[in-house]
Design a protein around this ligand. Sequence first.
Ligand code: ZN
Length: 196
Amino acid sequence: MSDILLNDFATPERIEALKSSYHQVLTLLGEDPEREGLLKTPERVAKAMLALTRGYHMDAREVLLSAKFKEDYRQMVIVKDIDFFSLCEHHMLPFYGKAHVAYIPNGYITGLSKIARVVDIFSHRLQVQERMTLQIKECIQEALDPLGVMVVVEARHMCMQMRGVEKQNAITTTSDFTGAFNRAKTREEFMNLIKA
Ligand SMILES: [Zn+2]
């Protein structure tokens, strides 16, 4: 994992402290942290975890506001198939999949890439899928004040699949919405468009 994914929070002191913690974790797992293959592992894991949780130090609302444009378009805007990778907060194991976002502008739009950035920021934290879905929705609702926003997230959870708790290919779907999406017909239109 590249160091450029790290931010100011990832100070040398913090990396050092995490390194020694992961060194201990390896020992507690019955491994020998001094064997060749594991020598640099504590440092790699420390940096990887800091990168995978970098979203704590990023302001998703600010990202949307930085690219908020006045526009009269009032039809549904859809950004579908946004790949994301997150860590479940119960096991710190990956859950990953796709997020689909729709909003109906009320005078303002944002850059399409900014919607993907919002998903990226909230997924780079310890999460539960339900809360991540809600946070993406609330962030867009607050920043753009659209007529409505809807978020659908489909994910596979490694904490279920690797531990054999659930069927290997189970996909968990969550959704949340505001405003105009309270109408079943509007939700249906969105669901049909993301299936295509
Ligand atoms: Zn879990």
